[in-house]
Design a protein around this ligand. Structure first.
Ligand SMILES: NC(=O)c1ccc[n+]([C@@H]2O[C@H](COP(=O)([O-])OP(=O)(O)OC[C@H]3O[C@@H](n4cnc5c(N)ncnc54)[C@H](OP(=O)(O)O)[C@@H]3O)[C@@H](O)[C@H]2O)c1
Length: 323
């Protein structure tokens, strides 16, 4: 089968499309015929050699690609909730051989049935971002109807789902984005959008119940200014996994009897996040935002575009055409 492999860390050019053996699923795994993947900041961060958190986990040669959607080709003997022929989506083996390839083997628990009203490209566009946005807004954020929610980086892959999740749960949603994304985000369900290039959210907002930082840009001043406008007892969740939150920042939230936390750790449940997302997609309350579809042969160009940090929604890698 054909798959992307890297033999050294570096720029987009280190990704090579190679002939590799089709994997054999273990007892608790599925073999997935992959139709689509997508590009995430984690993909280019890993390709570049990782950060302090990821570096010890990376072993060359390796594949890339967080998201996968496709059809179950075979199941290991212990797999009971999926069967051959099921259409599924999920986040395989992070960080491992990834989803930029024609087949993959991964734990069945990392996958769930796809929303019935989505294409493979759409499902691949939302899988990992759904895990993170669900974790931030629902699991850790515990969003409640009527709450005021601020989402930094609202137009990206994670942010555009976070806006829709918060809206679907009945919150009043405020997003930050560049000017060209303001009307897009209002269509998606945001009640207010602040252009972070020309306006300081901390001068405009106060008493925010939940702040979710879904920006790909690590900016400590955004975190501290978030602490200034959080409601007493509010929750700040940061999607940026590359550093622990500093003591000074945690103290700034504590001073407002608020909590500052990072997504992930043990708090992500693949099953509840993916099934919860599927229910909202099938109810017509959440959709995938795809700005461009690249073939697997052009994955380097897709990485270059993602690294601009200004993609609206997602860049999909189409591995096979859906018939
Ligand atoms: N995707 C995942 O599975 C995953 C997993 C774990 C952690 N995370 C983390 O979640 C964060 C977001 O990931 P993502 O996939 O959503 O990234 P992304 O899609 O690449 O984010 C792109 C968006 O970021 C916005 N943006 C750029 N600079 C900004 C700034 N200074 N302030 C506010 N918004 C800004 C852009 O909006 P404008 O063009 O409107 O400026 C653009 O729409 C990253 O830190 C990532 O590492 C993601």
């Amino acid at each position: 089968m054909k798959a992307i492999r890297i033999h050294k860390f570096g720029g987009p050019e280190v990704m090579q499309l190679e002939e590799v053996p089709t994997p054999i699923p273990a007892a608790d795994e599925i073999l997935l015929k992959v139709y689509a993947s997508s590009v995430n900041p984690a993909d280019y961060i890993i390709r570049q050699g990782g950060n302090e958190l990821l570096r010890p986990l990376l072993k060359l040669p390796m594949g890339l690609g967080l998201d996968a959607a496709g059809i179950v080709e075979a199941t290991g003997s212990d797999v009971t909730h999926l069967k051959k022929g099921d259409k599924v989506y999920g986040v395989p083996n992070f960080p491992g051989d990834g989803a930029y390839g024609e087949y993959l083997a991964a734990k069945a628990t990392q996958f769930a049935p796809m929303p019935a009203n989505m294409t493979f490209n759409e499902a691949a566009a939302i899988a990992s971002c759904a895990l993170i946005a669900w974790n931030g807004i629902v699991d850790l954020g515990n969003v409640q109807p009527g709450q005021r929610v601020l989402i930094h980086g609202a137009a990206g892959g994670v942010g555009s789902l976070a806006v829709q999740f918060a809206r679907a749960k009945g919150a009043y949603v405020i997003g930050t984005a560049s000017a060209h994304n303001i009307s897009f985000l209002k269509t998606l369900g945001a009640d207010e959008v602040i252009d972070y290039n020309t306006q300081d959210f901390a001068q405009i907002l106060k008493d925010i119940d939940l702040i979710f930082n879904a920006s790909p840009v690590r900016d400590e001043s955004v975190r501290f200014r978030s602490a200034e406008i959080i409601k007493e007892g509010g929750i700040f969740v940061c999607s940026q996994l590359d550093v622990p939150l500093s003591e000074a920042l945690l103290n700034a939230f504590k001073a407002r009897h608020a909590t500052g936390t990072l997504v992930g750790g043990g708090s992500i449940s693949y099953t509840s996040s993916l099934n919860g997302t599927t229910a909202l997609v099938e109810a017509g309350k959440v959709k995938a935002i795809i700005s461009k579809v690249y073939p697997l042969t052009d994955v380097a160009d897709a990485h270059r575009e993602c690294e601009t940090k200004h993609v609206r929604g997602k860049l999909v890698i189409e591995i096979r055409k859906e018939i």
